[in-house]
Ligand binder design. Structure first.
Ligand code: ADP
Length: 481
């Protein structure tokens, strides 16, 4: 089965969040199931410089007004990539979608329309390589791919649109319709039109044969006005063709037995190495060295989605209760400032690193006792999966994929010995504070805590099950004709 993944990010070539991790990992799991997967990416500088065995597949005369090239190559791990080398569109450094000042880049609409159009042509066999049977587009940046295939009359190529986060919709002024080469009639209610704008994600939802999102709970949540972010009704109308398939993580990248970025390797059978990592993390973050205090952590975008505004108000509570906090992340300046102020106030108990740091994220996962993910909504979430793989207990909002992947330490789950973390329902100071107290109580019951850790580290958090689910979905779509 020939599958073209269309996405704007792919670890390790270009990453701003979980999308890159998914696109960088799921192809290997699909290939283990017998699929033949190619990933189509924008030719950002790190993508082009990160490819091995590069060849020019095609020279294109006019991509959004300038010449461009299609480059084939492989990642270091052997994943097949085709990149759209169009310097006038993708020669940007830093965040690929936003300027330094946080504003969206002015040419987002043009560049991702061009990207999706070439993706459709690539899938249709226009560039000397065989056609693809399945086109799997990710998020709004690839959202128009199915619309272009529809405009080309290629209903035979089956399309899947995955929504990684409904908050990012790719909505643009309607005048853009005259510049993106789609027929005017696509700008309609059951089409690209969204409150008199053009919505690229809506295009993916409307024109794809199937829509997936990244957890079963999120797939249900988004079919409602409350959580549908404006698309609740539309998603409900597509309910028959909408499903949730959980994300996994790359078990080679996240492996405490071999991880080169942590202070001591360890395994599910012997978690002793975690203590050395805790000491190393305390040192690295300038914290007081202490074995028996619970060391909580955060590795996250610092946004209100992630509920970290609420956690910021509880740092004193954590410290007064005898805990420590190590935080790595960046985002909202007010949330950054709140955590920085807390670190200043409690320099030996709270360590804050503002920024993005992959190796430090590994050391934190290995060294911390528990991780906070108090999200208000969470399509799937990867940090809780990484945490569990490292025997670190997640403390998370009961939403989306967090609900699907964490077993709350309820009295029933504790009695059965199956708990892997703590879940709480209302993202407010009162509820989170009570949950923090619950975490302290569990931590101070060493046998229970040890069991939760063991349960966490033995959870299946890889791609094997989900790859089978995607393969079954693709096979169903191909059978439908
Ligand atoms: P998001 O909504 O940001 O995509 P996910 O939990 O799905 O959230 O994925 C986030 C990914 O990015 C995880 O792999 C997490 O470890 C990583 N991450 C987030 N912030 C940082 C950071 N500041 N430094 C390193 N890795 C980070």
């Amino acid at each position: 089965m020939r599958i073209l993944m269309v996405a704007s990010e792919c670890f390790p070539l270009i990453k701003t969040g979980g999308l890159a991790d998914v696109v960088g990992a799921v192809p290997f799991a699909l290939e283990a199931e017998g699929a033949d997967v190619t990933v189509f990416l924008p030719g950002f500088p790190t993508v082009l410089s990160g490819l091995k065995s590069k060849k020019t597949l095609a020279k294109l005369k006019d991509v959004a007004g300038e010449p461009a090239k299609l480059i084939t190559g492989k990642t270091a791990k052997g994943l097949s990539i085709i990149a759209l080398d169009a310097p006038h569109l993708f020669n940007v450094t830093g965040n690929p979608y936003q300027e330094k000042n946080g504003l969206d880049r002015a040419d987002n609409a043009i560049k991702f329309a061009a990207f999706s159009k070439i993706a459709a042509q690539l899938a249709a066999g226009d560039f000397k390589i065989p056609e693809f049977e399945i086109v799997h587009a990710h998020d709004w940046q690839a959202g128009l791919t199915a619309a272009y295939l529809k405009a080309m009359g290629r209903d035979d190529i089956k399309t899947v649109q995955t929504i990684h986060n409904l908050a990012f919709q790719g909505n643009f002024p309607k005048h853009i319709m005259s510049n993106i080469g789609l027929p005017d009639e696509f700008f309609r209610d059951y089409g690209l039109e969204y409150w008199d704008k053009v919505s690229y994600l809506k295009g993916g939802i409307v024109y794809s044969d199937h829509v997936t999102t990244v957890s079963p709970t999120y797939a249900l949540e988004i079919q409602s006005d409350a959580s549908g972010m404006g698309f609740g009704g539309l998603l409900k109308s597509r309910g028959q063709d909408l499903s949730g398939i959980l994300n996994g993580i790359d078990l080679d990248v996240w492996n405490p037995e071999t991880d080169p970025d942590i202070a001591a390797n360890y395994s599910a059978e012997n978690l002793a190495g975690k203590a050395k990592n805790k000491a190393a993390l305390q040192k690295k973050m300038g914290l007081r060295k202490a074995k028996d205090v619970p060391l909580f952590c955060v590795i996250s975008r610092l946004t209100t989605q992630k509920g970290l505004d609420v956690l910021a108000g509880l740092v004193d509570h954590i410290v007064l209760s005898g805990g420590q906090l190590a935080l790595l992340g960046s985002g909202d300046s007010t949330i950054e400032a709140a955590f920085l102020a807390a670190a200043k106030k409690h320099p030996t108990e709270v360590g804050v690193q503002i920024g993005y740091d992959e190796p430090l994220a590994h050391l934190i996962q290995a060294g911390a006792d528990a991780i906070f993910i108090p999200s208000r909504f969470e399509p799937c979430g990867l940090t809780q999966l990484c945490a569990m793989r490292y025997g670190t207990v997640p403390i998370a909002g009961r939403v989306g994929g967090l609900n699907d992947t964490i077993i709350d330490a309820s009295p029933a789950a504790l009695a059965k010995g199956v708990a892997t973390g703590l879940l709480f329902s209302d993202i407010d100071v009162h509820t989170l504070s009570a949950t923090i107290d619950r975490a302290f109580a569990l931590y101070r019951a060493p046998k229970i805590w040890a069991q939760m850790r063991r349960n966490a580290i033995t959870q299946p958090v890889g791609w094997a099950l989900s790859a089978k689910a995607y393969m079954a979905l693709y096979a169903d779509l191909l059978k439908a004709d």
